[in-house]
Design a protein around this ligand. Structure first.
Ligand code: BTN
Length: 267
């Protein structure tokens, strides 16, 4: 186990995000804990983190695995204003924050819509934003000091960590605070009505923009050119039937843009 996380090391006094940090050794899911805080009207910007989750969850009912004491697992309680934007834009904003923090540590990071932060095509971090009418929870998992041996066999080919990419151990509290500071910057843009700035930055980090993609959505498969994101976080795909917005699902990159070969979507 790395040096244990502590409230003293993680707290960001006077800041919007992380002015209060709750550290748990083990919990079900930090997203559940943040929902509990939201229901009991804890101050917005409170963050809950854990060394280990017994029921860590990801998008589309997937689970999130992380060995004890190696990575970062945390959830931020966000305000009604942020919640009004819906979880989509916040997911994009959190992706930007994580990608920037990893880039600052020398790892070339890109975002695969909507929430995978990846390097060399392998997932290093994931984001799960969940909204209610009263508050929003942004859950972030980053593989920091996890070794290849600690990676479950089924993820060995598709997941990585900062340690696996750089060969060194990283200071988890410093990374945690950087991500919160970078997310705070994006939230301020959203609050100021500059959502377009967030979308533009996201497009710069996006692995899918300008590429031919196949989206597996609850309503069927959509193939075409990924041409943008909407303020609600939907991915825009230009197909033979016009532009379609994808709100949920998984996206595969098929190749570089080639308008001539955009097929009709299969519903
Ligand atoms: C995904 O990639 O599908 C999203 C993964 C999100 C994982 C984080 S870990 C901290 C927080 N608590 C959870 O149960 N999930 C998020």
């Amino acid at each position: 186990m790395d040096d244990p996380l502590s409230e003293d090391l993680l707290c960001r006094p006077g800041c919007i995000l992380g002015h209060k940090v709750i550290v748990k050794q083990e919990t079900y899911s930090t997203n559940d804990d943040a929902h509990e805080l939201g229901r009991t009207t804890a101050p917005f910007g409170t963050v809950v983190t854990a060394e280990f989750q017994t029921k860590g969850r990801g998008r589309l009912s997937r689970s999130w695995h992380s060995p004890a004491g190696k990575n970062l697992l945390f959830s931020v309680l966000l305000s009604v204003d942020a919640a009004r934007q819906g979880p989509g834009l916040l997911t994009l904003a959190a992706g930007i924050a994580v990608a920037r923090a990893l880039l600052a540590r020398g790892v070339d990071s890109a975002i695969k819509w909507p929430n995978d932060v990846r390097t060399r095509g392998c997932k290093l971090a994931g984001i799960l934003c969940e909204a209610t009418e009263k508050y929003l929870v942004a859950g972030i998992g980053i593989n920091v000091n996890q070794t290849a041996e600690e990676m479950p066999a089924e993820l060995a080919a598709t997941a990585t960590s900062l340690f696996m990419e750089t060969g060194k151990n990283w200071d988890r509290p410093a990374l945690f605070k950087d991500v919160l500071a970078l997310l705070e910057q994006e939230l301020i843009k959203i609050e100021q009505g500059r959502q377009n700035k967030v979308l533009e930055t996201w497009m710069e980090f996006s692995e899918v923009s300008g590429k031919r993609v196949r989206a597996h959505t609850p309503g069927g498969v959509i193939e075409g050119l990924a041409c943008g994101v909407r303020p609600d976080g939907a991915l825009l795909i230009r197909t033979g039937n016009g532009e379609q917005a994808v709100m949920a699902g998984d996206v595969e990159v098929l190749g570089k843009a080639d308008d001539a070969s955009i097929p009709e979507s299969r519903g």
